[in-house]
Write a protein that binds this ligand. Sequence first.
Ligand code: SAM
Ligand code: SF4
Length: 387
Amino acid sequence: MMLNMSLTTPFAVYVHWPFCLSKCPYCDFNSHVRHGGVDEARFVRAYATEIAAAADRVPGRTVSSIFFGGGTPSLMQPASVAAILEAIAKHWRVAPDVEITLEANPTSVEAARFRGFRAAGVNRVSLGVQSLDDAALKELGRLHSAQEALDAVAIARANFERYSFDLIYARPRQSLESWAAELRRALAHAGDHLSMYQLTIEPDTPFFGLHKAGKLVVPNEDLARDLYDLTQAICVKAGLPAYEISNHARPGGECRHNLVYWRGHDYAGIGPGAHGRLTIDGRRVATETEKRPESWLMRVEAAGSGLIVDEKLTAGEAADEFLLMGLRLAEGIEPARYTALSGRTLDPKRIAILREEGAVETTTDGRLRVTLSGFPILDAVVADLAA
Ligand SMILES: C[S@@+](CC[C@H](N)C(=O)[O-])C[C@H]1O[C@@H](n2cnc3c(N)ncnc32)[C@H](O)[C@@H]1O
Ligand code: SF4
């Protein structure tokens, strides 16, 4: 019997809420502060309009995950989240076991809304804890203390089936000992998932200027590598191994939404600055919407969607993207899928060299994956294989 792919292939919806209470000095995400407030009802109507437009292009799909990312979606009213979820359910079938995640900042004001988010349908939260050290939180420009973050984690645990939190490491003046102690403390509060990002100094952020002026010193490459290795060792021991470069989970606790990106499945991007990947008439299409919130709003109101990029990828582009995303995963990729996408096979000589260097390995079932020691040089590995 032929399976209906639309019912079985994962399909995700990403919803971007681009507003924050203040801008963290390291962050270059599409996030904006609006001291005069936000016309939330008007934005929510525009999200519903854009959802309808996306569903027109890829009708009949079954939504397996929804992710409210930001910015700070926990600043939304629960009723707004409910309205967006209703719009999604109006236009697509939603899987009975759908994963619905909302990114939350761990302040008490936001934690107070958790019950409302749960009632709206959210079943997983991802909290931006970032650190359990108050001085570090201050330096990162965060509006919460470590205790407030842990209180929010406890409220998340009481309200949601699943929760995750983010930590940033390789911070200024961080030693191996202090990070090990902080991470062990964090693990005592972990659910089934943790994201751990090394601090990156992004262009056009206040941290970039400070770093350039020598006023913000981050760990050098060797220490960063040691911090990474230490993180892996501690998390494996705690039962949360990495299933992706920066993401750790207990078996079965992986974020299904992010797996859609990394396994090369389709996702619709809704809201200002959201990216999407849709398969239309057998071709993979890259979409991107207008970043500036108010310009996006006006575009949607005038034209039904905020799309500014709507591009068919070539076979080579789709295959390279599959490689770049798939090799981030500990499970690696199926080389045959690369061949099906690109029409060429990965060069066995290059694979052999990378294997000898210990950067990649082939599993018994024929998958190609990057090793733990290859992960810190992933970009170089991918560039080598894709060339
Ligand atoms: C865009 S934020 C949204 C979450 C939420 N607004 C918050 O800050 O808690 C997603 C995550 O990206 C990470 N992040 C953002 N900028 C980063 C940077 N420059 N280096 C490392 N991690 C970063 C943080 O851990 C953050 O929780
Ligand atoms: S890290 Fe989160 S709260 Fe801070 S500016 Fe970025 S999106 Fe907003």
